[in-house]
Write a protein that binds this ligand. Structure first.
Ligand code: HEM
Length: 395
């Protein structure tokens, strides 16, 4: 295939001065002949042996079956995510916040300011209220599935609260969200129709929520057209999609597997944020973040896809001591799970308060919460990853 040289070749960036840190000059050993692939059998079940091989022997390699260049080391992934020569794939016109053009910064400023300040306080209250409602529903049960009955609902309720939409619409929004990041394709017309009357109302009577902030914003002195407001709302809904639900599932699974650490967090709730960051390090919901090369970068041809392996970077022993161990009190778990650079996640604060509010409610309402007896469901998924179920005994 033109433009795809053999997997392990020496390369240097086109401009020596910007020697990309992920130059394969460090591709020392030829211990392993054919490069492995993300599509090899068993990888979806457990990608970590492959990640170890990639970090060790193939820090930059072309994965022919997967169709992308793989970057696996922490420092390289961090650099690649922020590298202006590597663009976030444009998920189509419906996501202005992800564009790589001059509007990107303005949209980011709009969304992050709307999610901060007064909106953040309203959000925290909305999340907490929902978390208690969901936890109380489990209180009388012998057994329950925390994924289906808590993790998947709370983020949807959080984003409904963030947008200032009616709480009773959570189920509908939840169904739309479930399609995941940026690909709301099939649900788009229904979502547009659903949001339109809310936008009209917010323009007339703005509140403290994200939709009102978008409806009253005047970038460049002019109000945002309805289509742009809808696009941004859809970006936020798509971004929440599965991501936060999966992160929450891994977070609760990690804590339930470490009863001693959970006890300490129960006694000192201010440690929850660190425990959340550590879970995102060890088990990020998004394992792979794609980029497209805007120009040739060493062996990477222009237009090629680059897969930044967040799942591997978080377990890089060059960055984290004993990386496979979950340690809620790890001094510096980093936050690469949210990306890095110009596309760093705009929802990181909302995700964190969802996790903090969710755990607080679970510990308060279900003090004896523990794993249900029987086999422990493993994490699943290649691109996004978490346990699909989390059977527990609520009391
Ligand atoms: C634990 C939960 C979450 C994780 C792990 C996560 C992860 C990420 C990552 C890795 C990116 C960067 C993608 C890239 O560089 O191409 C991103 C971007 C984004 N996230 Fe999140 N996200 C989470 C929750 C949320 C929430 C709750 C929202 C909604 C408020 C949100 C909104 C966004 C938006 C709008 C972007 C695009 C930013 C841009 O392109 O400039 N995310 N997220």
């Amino acid at each position: 295939m033109p433009g795809c040289p053999s997997p392990v070749t020496a390369y240097a960036p086109s401009c020596p001065s910007s020697d990309a840190p992920y130059a394969p000059a460090r591709v020392a050993s030829a211990r392993v002949s054919a490069p492995p692939s993300l599509l090899d059998p068993g990888v979806e079940r457990d990608p970590h042996p492959l990640y170890r091989t990639l970090r060790g022997d193939f820090p930059l390699v072309y994965d022919e079956p997967f169709g992308a260049w793989l970057i696996s080391r922490y420092a390289d992934v961090r650099a690649a995510l922020a590298d202006p020569r590597l663009a976030a794939p444009s998920p189509g016109p419906a996501a202005p916040a992800r564009r790589e053009d001059g509007t990107h910064g303005a949209y980011r400023a709009l969304v992050s300011s709307a999610l901060g300040g007064r909106a953040a306080a309203a959000l925290a209250a909305g999340v907490e209220r929902t978390a208690y409602v969901l936890a109380r529903r489990l209180a009388s049960r012998q057994e329950a599935d925390l994924v289906a009955e808590f993790c998947q609902w709370l983020p949807a309720a959080a984003v409904v609260a963030a947008l200032g939409l009616p709480y009773e619409d959570t189920a509908r929004v939840h169904a739309w969200c479930r399609t995941g990041l940026d690909h709301l394709g099939g649900h788009r017309p229904a979502l547009d129709a659903y949001l339109r009357p809310h936008i009209v109302r917010r323009r007339a009577h703005p509140g403290d929520d994200l939709l009102s902030a978008l409806c009253t914003a005047r970038p460049g002195g002019r109000p945002l057209p309805d289509e742009a407001v809808t696009d941004l709302a859809v970006t936020v809904l798509g971004a929440v999609g599965e991501t936060t639900a999966r992160a929450l599932a891994s977070f609760l699974a990690n804590l339930l597997d470490h009863a001693g650490q959970l006890e300490l967090i129960r006694a000192r709730p201010e440690l929850t944020g660190g425990a959340w960051a550590e879970s995102l390090r060890r088990d990020p919901p998004l394992q792979i973040v794609p980029r497209r090369a805007l120009e040739p970068i060493g062996p990477i041809p222009e237009g090629a896809t680059v897969a930044c392996l967040l799942g591997s970077a978080g377990r890089d022993p060059a960055r984290f001591a004993d990386p496979d161990r979950y340690d809620a009190f790890r001094p510096d778990p980093g936050e690469l799970a949210y990306g890095s650079g110009r596309h760093f996640c705009l929802g990181a604060p909302l995700a964190r308060l969802t996790a903090e509010g969710g755990l607080r409610a679970l510990l308060a309402v279900l003090p004896d919460l523990r794993r249900a007896p029987g086999p422990r469901p493993r994490a699943e998924g290649l691109i996004s990853r978490s346990p699909r179920t989390l059977p527990v005994c609520p009391r």
